[in-house]
Design a protein. Structure first.
Length: 358
């Protein structure tokens, strides 16, 4: 059994986990900073970095204790996110991981945060169908506050980027629309709560780039755009306001939130299933913070069932940033490379892309 201590500090979650064989979660701890950043309406990078410094030692110790590990040296490796993310936040996690690696003599593994989100689907959780270890090709939608990307995965560590957002990420659009509707922060959960009893067909909002779904040889077939959808909501609110509609009315907010949420989910699901069918995927995976959205999960399940494709979405606690996914990604990447080569000299890369190799 290979046990890895993983550390994740790419944004505003301080997380540590112990993962065995890339699949089994032995210990998992996350310290959130949501309350600290709520006053700013978004993540304040300097505040996030300082909070990571305050929390990281306790989070690591608690993860080890939960896993029943007495000493770091009793494990097999240490893994840490080195990008993409906020530079100051990444630096805290990488520095802590380097210190533990030097003190314990364990190899240090650098992990791409996006690859981590992908591998959140490989972690076994009680009551959830087991994802076959080597069932490829797989089409993966990574959808979060900072990223919206469509990936063809042909093997462990083997990726081809099919498309991505041309402007705002989906999660960013959720945050901006929630702010526009005065629903609070973070935007994803706020939109979902408001939309729960709303009418998703009440307002006709665009499905940006949706016209290219199923159109071979179209440049933007697998690309996304959410800036126009956000602007459409802004223009709609201005029009309603000019008509004397109370934008703070719960009924109006519910219908606006539901209509926006449906538009975003429709285009995400349509393009993901289009890619899966185009590349004969054996399974569809959705991951990242926005994959926690109930409307997206329901729409994706219905579309996957209709297409006869298995769908894998992490449980809610693995959708948002966590270290368990980093430990899983580290295990499978090192296995595909034939061993755990230490990377003590690693640096942080705020804009690190997902490595492409098919």
């Amino acid at each position: 059994m290979t046990r890895i201590l993983a550390i994740e500090t790419s944004c505003d979650e301080t997380a540590a986990a112990v993962v065995a064989d890339g699949r089994h979660l032995l210990g998992n701890q996350v310290a959130t900073q949501i309350d600290l950043h709520r006053r700013f309406g978004g993540v304040f990078p300097e505040v996030a970095s300082r909070q990571h410094v305050l929390a990281i030692q306790t989070v690591i110790q608690d993860a080890l204790a939960e896993a029943g590990v007495g000493r770091v040296a009793d494990l097999d490796a240490i893994a840490v996110t080195h990008g993409p993310g906020l530079a100051g936040s990444l630096l805290v996690g990488v520095s802590a991981a380097k210190g533990l690696s030097l003190a314990s003599g364990l190899p240090l593994l650098a992990v791409n945060h996006l690859e981590g989100h992908i591998y959140s689907n490989w972690i076994q959780v009680e009551g959830r169908p087991i994802f076959p270890e080597d069932e490829f090709p797989v089409v993966v939608l990574i959808v979060s506050g900072g990223h919206t990307e469509l990936i063809l995965m042909t093997g462990h560590g083997r990726y081809r980027r099919l498309g991505g957002t041309l402007d705002d990420a989906a999660g960013e659009a959720f945050d901006k629309v929630a702010r526009l509707l005065d629903l609070g922060y973070p935007g994803g959960p706020a939109i979902q709560r408001a939309a729960q009893d709303g009418d998703p067909a009440r307002y006709d909002l665009p499905r940006p780039l949706g016209q290219f779904v199923g159109k071979a040889h179209q440049e933007h077939r697998f690309n996304f755009s959410f800036s126009g959808l956000k602007t459409a909501v802004l223009n709609l609110t201005r029009s309603l306001d000019a008509q004397g509609v109370d934008l703070h009315s719960p009924d109006v907010q519910r219908d606006l939130a539901a209509s926006f949420q449906a538009a975003a989910a429709d285009v995400l699901v349509a393009k993901t299933l289009d890619a899966a069918q185009t590349f004969s995927a054996r399974r569809v995976c959705i991951c990242g913070g926005v994959s926690a959205n109930s409307a997206l999960r329901k729409s994706a399940q219905a579309a996957s069932d209709a297409a006869g494709l298995p769908l894998q979405i992490p449980p809610l606690f693995l959708c948002t940033d966590n270290a368990a996914m980093i430990g899983s990604a580290a295990y499978y990447r090192s296995r595909s490379q034939g061993g755990m080569a230490g990377e003590l000299g690693m640096d942080i890369f705020a804009n690190l892309p997902l490595p492409e190799a098919v």
